[in-house]
Design a binder for this molecule. Structure first.
Ligand SMILES: [Zn+2]
Length: 59
């Protein structure tokens, strides 16, 4: 089976991260590529710093 990046797939790309057993079956498993892992971590960091600003705005 192939392990593809779920984020890349959302963008219409197919990034195969690796192949794992069973090699003879065309099944797909999802993972995250290095590029998207980095983007994801940056996003989380930005979200954390943005929270106090959102609180200040109030209802
Ligand atoms: Zn990706």
């Amino acid at each position: 089976m192939k392990v593809v990046c779920a984020w890349c797939q959302d963008q219409g790309r197919t990034t195969v991260l690796r192949e794992k057993e069973p090699f003879d079956r065309p099944t797909i498993s999802h993972g995250i590529c290095e590029e998207h892992a980095r983007l994801f971590l940056e996003e989380v960091r930005e979200t954390k710093t943005a929270v106090p600003a959102l609180d200040r705005r109030g209802p």
